[in-house]
Design a binder for this molecule. Structure first.
Ligand SMILES: Cc1ncc(COP(=O)(O)O)c(C=O)c1O
Length: 479
């Protein structure tokens, strides 16, 4: 009998090429410091190197892997380089990568409990584990009134929080009739731009997202918040939501959650806490004071894909009252009906976020937590904080430079005193050199350089080398 025609990769081929890919990734990681951190290609260069159309005939896998190296790698910015100090990190790890691979290997779509019970139940367990690991309130536990879910990003988590707040404030009628322009949400001038997007998508509207002023540490002023809420109420509007941030993107400012929560309680506002990067620091009890007051939050999110060695994407989102979130986002078409859902005994995470389908993300998070253990995670986070604090000390002790904001954890905002142009030149030269990658922000209307220590393999020697290079470029810039 003739074998059925197939273009598929056989399990034996998969095994062989899979080993080759793992070898390739291991080699990449062991040579990562030899690449310029920031890709040097020009706009359109990668595109021009690729054929305009797809191949008619399949190609050998060896050729594909060769082209990844030859054509793609030059256009990669090496986020996993220990010399990557830009933005906030998006770190990864062996167990994270392998967990992601296992998830791809299983190929599960976990929209309902019944479409893969383990995908749901492992997620519930891991998110419950994280509650005490991060010193979060028990009301976020699945055994209480709340619960956690993995979202793709903090942007999605904040949007879900805003939608739930909107529905709670309008007795679930905005879902039915749409918004009438009266709902108002609050964040600070330093809150991540994803809140503006959430205001756009949710129908609240950006003109009804109030950006509250900040103090000298760039943290939201609760008195400013209270004044604005009262003014909006007097104007006949309906305040419904506040986003407080633990570790703002620009300068790692810490909004005073307890004071903000007081305003929220007084006016019955949903309090969402966005701890996208800095939430990971709460693994270490000595850094938990930044989230004092979190016990009053209605929702909270942090991204293990930023600083907790879990490959992108993975945002953990908890709510204090899951009924509100589920009622906000639940719809049940006939084709998804099933006995388990109807029994009420299971969680269907499709009701906890925007999209229907969902990946098995808890697998990589579970592997990371089990591989490192709490002790291992704490060790590396503490080390990152120590290295950043050491860098902040070097800045303090060099009279050519100044700190531009407090450096509470692993982000140091600093500038050369010679002004914007000098700072721009220093940063451009450093980034062009490929030795390291830094990014900037503006604080008090001055160009400010940011150095964030959070890459998985960043060690003391990398931060020392970065400081040496910064000093060298500073010397050239001031000549
Ligand atoms: C405080 C904060 N919130 C939200 C975000 C958005 O993150 P994501 O890419 O997960 O949507 C960031 C990104 O850096 C952030 O720093």
């Amino acid at each position: 009998m003739q074998a059925e025609k197939s273009f598929h990769m056989t399990p034996e081929e998969f095994r062989r090429y899979g080993h080759a890919v793992i070898d390739w990734i291991a080699d990449y990681h062991s040579h990562i410091e030899s690449f310029p951190v920031l890709s040097r290609v020009k706009p359109g260069e990668i595109r021009a190197s690729l054929p305009a159309g797809p191949p008619r005939h399949g190609e050998p896998f060896e050729a594909l892997l060769r082209d990844v190296e030859k054509l793609i790698l030059p256009g990669v910015t090496h986020w996993q380089s220990p010399n990557f100090f830009a933005y906030f990190p998006c770190n990864a790890s062996g167990p994270g990568i392998l967990g992601d691979l296992l998830s791809s290997g299983l190929g599960v779509q976990g929209m309902l409990w019944s479409t893969s019970p383990a995908c749901t139940e492992l997620e519930t367990v891991v998110l419950d584990w994280l509650v005490p690991m991060l010193g979060l309130p028990n009301k976020f536990l699945s055994s209480s009134t709340g619960g956690g879910v993995i979202q793709d990003t903090a942007s999605s988590a904040s949007l879900c929080a805003l939608l739930a707040a909107r529905e709670r404030a309008t007795n679930y009628m905005s879902n039915v009739r749409g918004c009438d322009g009266r709902l108002v949400a609050y964040a600070s001038t330093q809150t991540h731009s994803s809140l503006q997007k959430a205001a756009m998508i949710s129908g609240i509207g950006v003109s009804n997202l109030r950006l509250i002023e900040v103090d000298e540490t760039f943290a939201m002023r609760p008195d400013g918040l209270a004044r604005q809420v009262e003014a909006d109420k007097r104007a006949g509007l309906l305040p419904c939501f506040v986003c407080a941030t633990v570790g703002t993107t620009s300068s790692n400012a810490m909004d005073p959650i307890a004071d903000i929560a007081r305003v929220c309680r007084e006016h019955n506002l949903w309090l969402h806490v966005d701890a996208a990067m800095s939430g990971t620091a709460a693994l270490c009890p000595e850094s938990r004071h930044f989230q004092n007051g979190v016990e009053h939050a209605d929702s909270y999110c942090f991204n293990p894909h930023k600083w907790m060695f879990t490959n992108f994407d993975c945002d953990c989102f908890w709510v204090a009252d899951r009924k509100v979130l589920i009622r906000t986002l639940s719809i049940l078409p006939e084709y998804l009906r099933n006995k388990a859902t109807e029994s009420g005994a299971v969680i269907d995470y499709r009701d906890w976020h925007i999209q229907l389908g969902r990946r098995f993300r808890s697998l990589k998070l579970w592997l990371v937590i089990r591989y490192y253990g709490v002790e291992g995670l704490q060790h590396h986070i503490r080390e990152h904080v120590r290295l950043a604090q050491q860098f902040a000390d070097w800045i303090r002790n060099d009279d050519r430079f100044e700190l531009a904001a407090p450096a509470p954890l692993n982000l140091v905002c600093f500038r050369h005193k010679a002004g914007d142009e000098a700072n721009q030149t220093i940063m451009d030269r450093l980034n062009r050199s490929g030795d390291l990658f830094l990014t900037h922000t503006r604080l008090n209307d001055k160009l400010t350089l940011r150095l964030c220590v959070g890459q998985t393999n960043t060690q003391e020697r990398h931060v020392q080398a970065a400081w040496r290079r910064i000093q060298e470029e500073a010397s050239k810039a001031s000549k």
